[in-house]
Design a binder for this molecule. Structure first.
Ligand SMILES: C=C(O[C@@H]1C=C(C(=O)O)C=C[C@H]1O)C(=O)O
Length: 424
């Protein structure tokens, strides 16, 4: 990977003509410029923060890397669910967007921008400065939901088969997912969808990632942290499982402290906690702080969550984030237990490729405040893939031997609502 010198221009880019507009490029200006030039881009907003971040990579074909947080320069990772390179048996299928262009926005106005000082950087500057359709008019886009009766039949049959296998003791938990497809009258505006998700889900990690080499844009609002290492070396991960609606039948919001959880859901979440603790055990790390389980709100849903934190400086383990990422993914929240048996069951029964759904994504070595660079990787759920006019939504449910197939299908329908409710 080449390392370019980066020119930092704080307080937005310089206007190159008399127009005020060009001095204040919006996230849409950056996004559309990247799109016009065929360049990958990632736009994100961290949980409980107001700032939006955007990077553009000048690699038209993205490098496939092994997610080594200590080695990588500033950028954004996006990994598929299945990230093993089958030839080398190493997890080296993660795509890396290097931050050749980096911008931070507060209320859509840039507060800091840097652009690589290269030929590609100059071309980017010129293209963004010559944009004329800054305020893209709100399109009237309609869509139809493609019928999912076949999908439901297949899903319910697969769940019943998984339950039988678990009753026979073949494995303890598996997460089966399904898709839902929508066909739009025109390609939807990804940045507008991203903005709506930011507004509606302030506690989620919201992102839009454009991967031109695949002709895909992935949009998500995920509640699940996989691995974070902040500027002072605090490592965080989270065990999330168990799902119920955050609303009563009459539409009034439920209070988290009043949520009732069944034995099945408590067990399902405990399996994810145990999985994380097993990973700590593999590296003989005992100095973690465990908090939970607690009921957490994730938009229209509630889950049970337990957080784990480690002070990597105190335990003298600076590479903990990378090591745990390798051990954790795919966790029992999106795959199952034992992991390899659950993984094979998923591969044999799901009739589509999960691609980036239930993988992980997020910024690495990006400075979000004055404290210094941090990495924040999330489990890629509550997401959809846009390919031109076609959107594919993904949702899964954790199954145990006590699962009732029709209820699990309903759970995936509720999970699809997280994104559907901002589209509709
Ligand atoms: C797999 C998904 O979500 C995961 C599965 C959950 C469950 O089975 O209850 C809850 C939260 C997530 O860890 C998804 O949203 O697609």
């Amino acid at each position: 990977m080449q390392s370019d010198s980066v020119s930092t221009i704080t307080r937005a880019m310089q206007a190159t003509d008399s127009s005020q507009r060009i001095g204040q490029p919006t996230p849409t200006d950056f996004w559309e410029t990247a799109y016009t030039l065929g360049l990958p881009a990632a736009l994100w907003r961290l949980p409980n923060q107001r700032h939006k971040h955007l990077i553009v990579s000048f690699d038209e074909t993205l490098p496939r890397v092994s997610a080594d947080l200590e080695e990588l320069p500033a950028g954004f990772l996006i990994s598929p669910f299945d990230n093993l390179n089958t030839e080398t048996e190493t997890p080296a299928q993660t795509l890396f967007l290097r931050a050749d262009v980096q911008a931070v926005f507060s209320e859509n106005a840039p507060t800091a921008t840097s652009i690589a000082d290269t030929e590609a950087g100059n071309r980017f500057q010129q293209t963004i400065a010559s944009r004329t359709d800054n305020q893209r008019t709100d399109q009237e886009i309609t869509f139809v939901t493609l019928p999912d009766a076949g999908t439901e039949q297949e899903y319910v049959t697969n769940v019943a088969e998984a339950v039988e296998a678990m009753q026979r003791g073949e494995f303890r938990k598996v997460v089966l997912a399904r898709t839902k497809q929508l066909c739009f009258s025109d390609a939807p505006n990804a940045v507008a969808l991203f903005d709506k998700l930011c507004q509606k889900y302030p506690t989620a990690f919201v992102s839009a990632v454009s991967i031109p080499e695949k002709g895909q844009i992935w949009i998500s609002a995920t509640p699940e942290r996989l691995v974070s290492v902040d500027a002072v070396g605090i490592f965080r991960t989270n065990a999330l499982a168990g799902t119920q609606s955050a609303f009563e039948a009459d539409g009034t919001p439920k209070l988290p402290q009043d949520a009732m959880w069944s034995q099945k859901e408590i067990e399902e979440q405990a399996i994810v906690c145990r999985y994380i603790i097993e990973c700590f055990k593999k590296i003989r790390l005992r100095e973690y702080i465990e908090e939970g389980p607690q009921t957490v709100i994730a938009g229209n849903l509630m889950h049970l969550g337990t957080s784990f934190t480690v002070d990597t400086q105190a335990v003298r383990y600076p590479q903990l984030g990378t090591v745990m990422l390798r051990l954790l993914h795919p966790t029992s929240a999106v795959c199952g237990t034992p992991r390899d048996l659950a993984f094979s069951f998923i591969k044999q029964h799901e009739s589509y490729d999960r691609e980036f759904y239930s993988g992980f994504l997020g910024p690495v070595n990006i400075s979000t405040n004055d404290a210094g660079p941090a990495s924040d990787l999330f489990v890629h759920i509550r997401c959809m893939k846009l390919e031109g006019n076609l959107a594919t939504l993904y949702a899964g449910a954790g199954l145990t031997e006590y699962s009732i197939p029709e209820r699990e299908w309903q759970e995936t329908e509720m999970k699809c609502q997280t994104l559907l409710s901002v589209i509709q």
